[in-house]
Design a protein around this ligand. Structure first.
Ligand SMILES: Cc1cc2nc3c(=O)[nH]c(=O)nc-3n(C[C@H](O)[C@H](O)[C@H](O)COP(=O)(O)OP(=O)(O)OC[C@H]3O[C@@H](n4cnc5c(N)ncnc54)[C@H](O)[C@@H]3O)c2cc1C
Length: 394
């Protein structure tokens, strides 16, 4: 078994790390306090060829592999977490669903500005009554000849305060098979982006309201029967989320390591206390083991979609490691770690969110258990006779 990255992959990691240190490190702390999407950074990353890594060359991307995208997002996130949000949005997020399943017309129309860093695409999946139980979503899409009428609402959509375009999960008919997705432009009549609210990390999200919002039928990305493919593409988003968790854990670990070497108490550097050494040993074991699972999921995917089982293992391990290591690194740094002048407290706040976002750690465990026992465990109560499918109104 070969655990080594190839020479090309190592060169990509080194070049991205150099670029991150030179261009992204200055201002990294300040950026964590800026809730707006960093379009200035997005344009720089685009110029560096770091957007659309896994998107086909014919569609304006780089035609690379998921593993290459993971290498890049981690190299950036270890230096500037907010810049890595751009790598996520333009490589792993809803953009991948558009690139994978969108029509030639949609890709031609929308991918250009997204890959140039001039626009960002937000995902509207979660609803007030449909979080982990995403197939309970109630936002309806009624197709009427060459137009589609959308009604409903979404919550928690990242980048929604700044996005010009939204990939929205909608219900064309009953059951999971009735779920598909559409693209909606921000200024569409009947579509309202509500007042921004903040997550614990400082990121903003806005509620989205659809009130007889009319879009062209051409803007359907996946119609009836598309849900399985949509969730398969979402596994890529989950790997980007896992990669950032782990990278922020690594960032905090590195800061704590430097601190443990330079900070003296009781006349010795902190690194000489066994109680501190064991914390680092535990942190290293968590980071390294999660990293292997993440690489395995990405490597097995190649240029295609990662498997659900590999993704669930990688996300569970990376989200847990990222948060636990960040939190322990903060402890090692004492009061210095707790101040907002170090990125470490941000790593704690930010990694906490990824244990919930994009499929919580509990939902990842549910998915892993299904592979272990080779059967599906419905989380729902048995369906009584005469049951009306939830969320279908059209
Ligand atoms: C930082 C952040 C960014 C996000 N970005 C987006 C975005 O861009 N677009 C978007 O659409 N959504 C986004 N979300 C929403 C996210 O996808 C949901 O928060 C997530 O799916 C969980 O749903 P919920 O919050 O409704 O929690 P719930 O589903 O209500 O779950 C609450 C708790 O119960 C647990 N739970 C639920 N069901 C089970 C079960 N069957 N077994 C065991 N435990 C269970 C969950 O794990 C969780 O701990 C984001 C969320 C966060 C925190």
């Amino acid at each position: 078994m070969d655990f080594a990255l190839t020479e090309d992959q190592l060169a990509l990691a080194a070049a991205t790390r150099r670029f991150a240190k030179d261009v992204l490190a200055p201002g990294a702390v300040e950026r964590t306090r800026q809730p707006s999407y960093p379009f200035d950074i997005a344009r720089k990353l685009a110029a560096q060829g770091l957007l659309g890594i896994t998107i086909a060359g014919a569609d304006g991307g780089q035609g690379g592999t998921v593993l290459e995208a993971i290498i890049v997002i981690q190299a950036v996130a270890e230096v500037c977490p907010r810049s890595a949000d751009v790598i996520q949005a333009a490589n792993f997020g809803a953009i991948r669903t558009l690139a994978e399943y969108g029509s030639a017309h949609l890709k031609r129309k929308y991918l250009g500005p997204l890959l140039a860093g001039d626009a960002v695409l937000a995902l509207g999946m979660t609803e007030a009554e449909a979080g982990s139980a995403v197939t309970d979503l109630r936002t309806t899409a009624r197709q009427d000849a060459d137009r589609v009428v959308i009604n409903g609402g979404k919550v928690f959509s990242s980048h929604s305060a700044d996005a010009e375009l939204f990939l929205v999960y909608v219900r064309f008919g009953p059951g999971a098979d009735g779920i598909g997705s559409v693209l909606i432009e921000r200024d569409t009549a009947g579509f309202t982006v509500g007042k921004p609210a903040s997550f614990m990390s400082g990121e903003r999200w806005c509620p989205l309201y659809f009130d007889n919002t009319v879009i062209p039928a051409d803007n359907i990305v996946l119609g009836t029967g598309g849900f399985k493919r949509q969730i398969t593409a979402f596994n890529v988003e989950r790997l980007g989320n896992a990669a950032r968790s782990l990278a922020l854990g690594r960032l905090a670990f590195n800061k704590a390591r430097e601190h443990a070497l330079s900070r003296h108490q009781f006349g010795r550097p902190l690194a000489e206390f066994q109680g501190i050494q064991w914390k680092f040993a535990d942190m290293a074991a968590k980071l390294e083991s999660a990293q292997l699972l993440l690489y395995r999921a990405a490597w097995a995917a190649g240029q295609a979609m990662p498997s659900a089982y590999d993704t669930a293992l990688a996300k569970l391990a990376s989200n847990t490691a990222g948060f636990e290591v960040s939190n322990e690194a903060l402890q090692v740094m004492g009061g210095t770690g707790y101040t907002q002048e170090s990125l470490v407290e941000y790593c704690v706040r930010r990694t906490r969110g990824w244990m919930i976002a994009g499929g919580s750690t509990e939902m990842m465990k549910n998915r892993i258990a299904e592979s272990i026992f080779d059967r599906r465990f419905s989380q729902r109560l048995p369906v009584p006779s005469g049951y009306e499918p939830i969320g279908y109104e059209g």
